[in-house]
Structures are given as C-alpha cells and as structure tokens.
Design a protein around this ligand. Structure first.
Ligand code: ADP
Ligand code: MG
Length: 259
C-alpha cells in the first residue's frame, strides 16, 4: 500500500475542515476524491503531501509516518500538482520541468547528465518537447497543465497527486490531461490521487472514488457503484438520472434538477 491515512483531523483557526477522514491508496491505483466545494478535498490532498499539518490522526507513506520522513525524501516519493500554484509561471518550460529534479540534486545543485535525460523524458511523455523554449505564461491552458505535469513527472516518484488538474481547461484539454494521467498509471505503474469536479470523468478514469461531504468521507468504493441517486442527492444536492455508458462500460450521470 502506498498511502494510509487514518482519522485525519485538520482545523483552520479552530474550525474543522477534516473531521476524521481515513483514506487508502494502493500501489498502482487511481483514486479520485470528489465532493462539493468546501468539503475538504484540497485540505485532504495537502495533508497527504504534508504541505499542512494535521491535528489528529496519522498518515503513513510506504510504511512510515510522514512526519518522520525528511521533506526531500517525501519529494522523491510523491509529486504534487497543487490546485493553486505558488511558483511563478514566468519561466521557460524546460526550466520549470527541471525544477522536478531539485529533490534529487546533491550538494553541487547542478543537473547531471542523468537529471537532464529525465527532464527530456518527462517532456517527451507529456508532449512538451516542442514547447521547451516557450515561456510558461505564453502557453494555452492545456499546454501549461502538461508542462506542470512534466515537472511532477521529472520528480520520478511512484505517487502523483493532482488537485483539479482539469480546471479551466476546455473539454479536449480535459480529456488530454486525463488520458495522460491514465497512460502514466498504466505504463509506469504510478499511483494517482486526484481531485475532480466532473462526476462522469471521475467514474470513467478512476479505480476507486472517495466522496467527501462536510469534512467526512460520505462513502468510498467502486466508481461503477458508488454514485447512487441517493448519494447524488445527499452529497451534491441534485436529482439525477443514471444511464449506462455502453462504450466505456460505466454509469453516466445526467443531473436534472437542483434539490
Ligand atoms: P475543497 O477543496 O473541497 O473545495 P478545501 O479543503 O479547500 O475544500 O476547504 C475546506 C474548508 O476549509 C472550507 O470551509 C474552507 O473555507 C476552509 N479552508 C480552507 N483553507 C483554509 C485556510 N487556509 N484558512 C481557513 N479556512 C480554510
Ligand atoms: Mg479544492
């Protein structure tokens, strides 16, 4: 198992954003977290990446408590695409992707031949080679997202965590990013934890889904079974019909009415 979080509680200024959440991510799995705005998805993702501290519970990353693992070692095991990016976009694509190698650099802090090869590989995998000399700010939404994924990939981790990787992208770029994520999972065996808003995409691209509501796990399980009409009503406040997507062999939700 890659990640095991138990009874995670996170408070912001005394208010609980996570009220005792448990989550497991097995090796090679795609796990998607869904839930309404403010239900705690980003907080859970940040807790898993140790970018915020938890008030109760524990998070085990490959058999070790994440609080006992040095930051640099975590960055070699787990790469993150945050929802809000704190690093400036004003740099060349190749430089951005090279940042992914930083946790691996020794005292000299210079990229070795091997590091450069990995940067090359990450750009190739994400189709960003042709963009290497472009400034990140000049890229389209989909290109930019791929450049960020390339950076995360250059970290060469077994786990990739993506918080709403499809936000602001048009439908073809959304598919492009999700197909890339799926390919990385299938061909390289990278475990994926992601937050998605689109319920149908979550069903189609995940091995398992966690549904969050008000800082708690409402339910979790098989994407084909988890989103019943009752759950859609209780969690998302919608009335929906559920059809079968014959091509992708999974349910397809059509929201009809706000509850
Ligand atoms: P989601 O990603 O599901 O939309 P978040 O995890 O971002 O939800 O937020 C969960 C709750 O915690 C929300 O009520 C949000 O307002 C609150 N919250 C998130 N970040 C902070 C913060 N830095 N300070 C105070 N409250 C926060
Ligand atoms: Mg969020």
């Amino acid at each position: 198992m890659d990640i095991r979080g138990s009874n995670i509680v996170v408070q912001y200024e005394g208010k609980e954003a996570l009220k005792g959440v448990s989550i497991e991510v097995n090796k090679g799995e795609i796990v998607t977290i869904i839930g309404p705005n403010g239900s705690g998805k980003s907080t859970l993702v940040k807790a898993i990446c140790r970018s915020i501290k938890i008030d109760e519970g524990e998070i085990i990353l490959e058999d070790k408590n994440i609080h006992s693992i040095p930051t640099k070692i975590i960055a070699r095991k787990l790469a993150v695409l945050p929802q809000v990016k704190s690093v400036s976009n004003d740099m060349l694509v190749e430089a951005l992707v090279s940042y992914g190698r930083f946790p691996h650099l020794g005292f000299g802090k210079r990229l070795s031949k091997e590091d450069k090869d990995i940067v090359e590989w990450a750009m190739e995998k994400t189709g960003t080679i042709g963009l290497r000399d472009r400034n990140v700010i000049t890229l389209s939404g989909g290109e930019r997202q791929r450049a960020w994924i390339a950076m995360a990939l250059a970290q060469k981790t077994d786990i990739l965590v993506l918080d709403e990787p499809t936000t602001y992208l048009d439908i073809s770029y959304q598919m492009e990013v999700l197909e890339l994520v799926k390919e990385l999972n299938k061909t390289l065996g990278i475990s994926i934890v992601m937050v998605l808003h689109d319920l149908n995409q979550a069903i189609r691209y995940s091995d398992r889904i966690y549904v969050l509501k008000d800082g708690l796990v409402f339910d979790h399980g098989d994407p084909c079974e988890i989103l019943s009409k009752e759950t859609l009503k209780d969690v998302f406040n919608i009335q929906a019909d559920i059809y079968e997507d014959l091509q992708n062999k999974c349910p397809y939700i059509i929201p009809n009415k706000i509850n």
